[in-house]
Ligand binder design. Structure first.
Ligand code: PMP
Length: 453
């Protein structure tokens, strides 16, 4: 992407250099840790994504509570990244911390259900509207397992994704449109297959392209976020979800809605808020308040079809499930999250502050006449350094301004605010204060002024 958001590249480079120096000066202990302390890890980090922060080196965390992170150098940050959604309800929400403490004396994993499982099953059905559930450990896994069910019941091999999608480390979804042609995503390690053999890809909001791709009736499942959030926020245009549901039904294709990020909308996700009717439903990341857990749900009809499939299939390993999944710690944390944290009241507060954040960022953009926009899905807000709204993944790709975004991210950290890497995403949690929102808006306005001057 060549986008520089209307800012001269030299000015961006100057900001980036100046802010990198400020960052380093404030973090001697983090610098030492990343220079010397983590060589035992591949790439010098315990998980390779940690190399992708735009800061000169990752921030070494001492502790996090609510919506605040304290680093080992004593810097306090208002945390709007929140573990890229894993801590969307704040770090260590009190009810979840209590549940973890209680469960810690009763065993952590049995491969057998616990009494909390009974409550969680009922809560999931109530909250998300689908009648049958499974527990997994990551959203990636939940998607993988749900896709396996879709293939089982339809007897079809292919899936369909939207350009710019992300559904976790699910190999077969790593497909994009390259000048209109399906291709493997760029940069995949060790991928020797042509993933487009089994995965179709069309642009989001393009019902005619979707109709054409489903016409052969060889697609088991369309997997999508209800609003794309991983390329940039791309909202569905009016009528697109109706077309998606109609076209999938007409062609015997299942519809999997991945709510892992859009759960920022409401306790029932975008699905309940907008009356979507998925056959399969996936939610990971914050569903256990930060304890690794994910859930996937099936509609009554999909569950019945899979039951029939199971009784007819040869016995043996189904390829669904992992050893540590559905453990009692997950159930304890999920029960606390569903009962006491994912409440209408908490969402109302998140919605209010996210609205203020959106308005504040928008005002700064307008004040400095920048050709940028702000998008929002409930408690999830994003500034995008290009005009909007975006209509699809292709436009989102072109809207990215990597150099500019990196400079802004570091400048925000230096002003006491952390936002998600990879994109410009900010999450408001129930623990986020209005002062923290004001701080982010002021920091953003300050940086916008420096860039536009
Ligand atoms: N689905 C969506 C929509 C996501 O955004 C992500 C992660 N960003 C995932 C699935 C995968 O989640 P995890 O990395 O926890 O498996």
């Amino acid at each position: 992407s060549k986008n520089s958001g209307g800012i001269a590249p030299a000015r961006i480079a100057e900001l980036r250099e100046r802010e990198a120096a400020v960052f380093r000066a404030a973090r001697p202990k983090s610098a030492k840790a990343f220079g010397e302390g983590l060589q035992d890890y591949l790439g010098g980090v315990p998980m390779l994504w940690m190399q992708d922060w735009p800061t000169p080196f990752p921030i070494m965390v001492e502790k996090a509570k609510g919506a605040t992170i304290v680093d080992v150098d004593g810097n306090r940050l208002a945390d709007f990244c929140l573990g890229d959604t894993g801590s969307m309800f704040g770090h260590s929400p009190a009810p979840v911390a209590r549940a973890i403490r209680r469960q810690s004396g009763r065993g952590l994993t049995y491969m057998l259900p616990s009494d909390d499982a009974v409550a969680v099953g009922k809560l999931l059905a109530q909250q998300f509207g689908l009648p049958r559930w499974q527990i997994a450990t990551t959203a990636s896994d939940a998607n993988r397992f749900a896709l396996r069910v879709a293939r089982s019941v339809t007897g079809r091999g292919k899936i369909l994704v939207f350009n710019g999608c992300y559904h976790g480390a699910v190999d077969e979804t790593f497909v994009r449109l390259d000048h209109g042609k399906p291709a493997n995503k760029r940069g995949l390690s060790g991928e020797y297959r042509d993933l487009t053999e089994h995965t179709k890809v069309v642009e989001f909001n393009d019902a005619p392209a979707l109709e054409a791709a489903l016409a052969a009736r060889d697609v088991a499942c369309v997997i999508t976020e209800p609003v794309l959030t991983n390329c940039c926020i791309v909202p569905p245009q009016p009528g697109f979800h109706d077309a998606l549901r109609r076209l999938t039904r007409e062609t015997g294709t299942l519809l999997l809605i991945d709510e892992t990020h859009t759960i920022s909308t409401a306790p029932g996700g975008f699905t309940r808020g907008h009356g979507l009717e998925p056959d399969l439903f996936v939610l990971g990341k914050p569903v256990a308040g930060g304890v690794p857990a994910s859930v996937w749900g099936l509609s009554a009809e999909t569950a019945e079809r899979y039951d029939r499939y199971l009784s007819a299939k040869e016995p043996g390993y189904s390829g669904i499930g992992t050893t540590l999944s559905a453990n009692p710690l997950q159930f304890a944390a999920m029960r606390a999250t569903l009962e006491e944290v994912m409440t209408e009241e908490n969402y109302a507060g998140m919605e209010r502050l996210a609205g203020l954040l959106q308005a504040g960022l928008q005002a700064a953009i307008e004040r400095h006449r920048l050709p940028w926009h702000v998008a929002r899905v409930g408690a999830r807000v994003e500034f995008i350094c290009a005009p909007g709204p975006l209509r699809n993944g292709g436009e989102a790709d072109a809207a990215h301004a990597p150099e500019l975004e990196a400079a802004i991210h570091v400048a925000l950290v230096n002003r006491g605010v952390l936002i998600a890497p990879f994109h410009n995403m900010m999450l408001v949690s129930p623990a986020t204060s209005q002062r923290q929102v004001d701080r982010l808006v002021a920091a953003f306005a300050d940086i916008a002024a420096a860039l536009a001057a």
